[in-house]
Design a protein around this ligand. Structure first.
Ligand SMILES: [Zn+2]
Length: 276
C-alpha cells in the first residue's frame, strides 16, 4: 500500500456548506471511496493559528501562534519537518503564511514565491499572497509540484472560499457557489491523484459566520469537514466530532511515519479496513 498523501486544506470552509454543496466529495462517500467526519476547530478560530494547529498538532497556548499577526517561524515540529527527517519528499502550494511558519519570515515575494529543492523544512513550495489568487491556479501549482518533484507529502491550501465568505458572508450565494467551485476543482484532480496512488485528506482550518467573519466559538466558526480517501480508513459517514489536534497525527499515520512527541495520541483513528 502506498504511504503517499495529499492534504488539501480549503480555507474557511464550514461543515454544513461542505455537506450541502460538495457533490463530488459526497459521490466518493456514497460509493465507498471516502470517509466523512466533522472536525471541531481549535481556538482562536483564526487562520494562522490554525495552520500551525493542522501542521504541528499543537494548541495555540503551547505553540505561541495566537494571532494572524504573529509573524515568525514555528518552534514546533511540523509535518514538513517530520517528512523531511524521515527521508520523504514534501511540497506545498499554499498561502504565504505557510512559508512564514516553516521556511522564512517575513515573506518576500521576490525571493520566496517559488522555492524548489530547498534545505528548509518545506523542501518545495509555491506560495501566493493575494486572497483572490484563483483556486484554479493554485491547483495548477499543485499539479506542477506533483509532476516535477513527485512528493510523498503534498499540502494544498486554497483561499477563495474564505475570501468570498469575508466579502459576502457565509449566508450568500457567492459563498455557497465558491464551495461548489472548489468541489468541481476537486472533481477535476482527485481521480488522477488517487489513480497515482495518493491518499487524500480534504479539510479546513475554520468556518465562516453570517457576519462574514470567524474567530469565535460557534459551530459556524469551528465546525469544518474532514474527508479521507485511504485504505486505512473505512469509508462512510462518521457522526462523532473529531478534535482538530488529531489531524497532524492522522497525517503521520497515513504517511507511515512516527508523530512528534508534542502530538496527541491518535485516539480517533477510525476503524481500520481489512486490507491494512
Ligand atoms: Zn478568513
Amino acid at each position: 500500500m502506498s504511504n503517499k498523501l495529499i492534504f488539501i486544506m480549503l480555507d474557511g470552509l464550514r461543515y454544513d456548506a461542505a455537506v450541502s454543496q460538495m457533490g463530488y466529495m459526497h459521490h466518493l462517500v456514497e460509493y465507498g471511496k471516502a470517509a466523512r467526519f466533522k472536525v471541531r476547530s481549535e481556538l482562536p478560530s483564526m487562520s494562522r493559528p490554525l495552520y500551525e494547529v493542522l501542521l504541528t498538532g499543537t494548541p495555540a497556548w503551547k505553540n505561541g501562534i495566537t494571532t494572524n499577526g504573529t509573524v515568525r517561524l514555528s518552534h514546533e515540529q511540523s509535518l514538513f519537518h517530520l517528512t523531511k527527517q524521515n527521508g520523504l519528499t514534501n511540497a506545498t502550494a499554499s498561502y504565504y503564511w505557510v512559508s512564514e511558519l516553516y521556511n522564512r519570515a517575513p515573506f518576500n515575494p521576490d525571493t520566496d514565491r517559488i522555492q524548489l529543492h530547498t534545505d528548509h523544512p518545506i523542501q518545495n513550495g509555491i506560495f501566493y499572497w493575494e486572497d483572490h489568487y484563483p483556486d484554479s491556479h493554485l491547483f495548477a501549482d499543485a499539479a506542477f509540484l506533483l509532476r516535477e518533484v513527485k512528493p510523498d507529502f503534498l499540502y494544498v491550501h486554497s483561499m477563495n472560499i474564505d475570501d468570498d465568505g469575508h466579502r459576502f458572508t457565509s449566508d450568500s450565494a457567492q459563498y455557497r457557489n465558491r464551495v461548489i467551485a472548489a468541489d468541481v476543482l476537486l472533481a477535476s484532480v482527485l481521480p488522477q491523484w488517487m489513480e497515482a496512488g495518493y491518499q487524500i485528506i480534504v479539510t479546513a482550518d475554520h468556518g465562516m459566520n453570517s457576519d462574514g467573519m470567524h474567530g469565535g466559538t460557534t459551530s459556524a466558526d469551528r465546525d469544518v469537514p474532514l474527508f479521507v480517501c485511504s485504505s486505512l480508513v473505512a469509508p462512510g459517514v462518521y457522526e462523532e466530532t473529531v478534535p482538530q489536534l488529531q489531524l497532524a497525527p492522522l497525517a503521520c499515520r497515513l504517511l507511515g511515519i512516527a508523530p512528534s512527541e508534542a502530538m496527541q495520541p491518535l485516539t480517533i483513528m477510525p476503524p481500520l479496513s481489512a486490507d491494512l
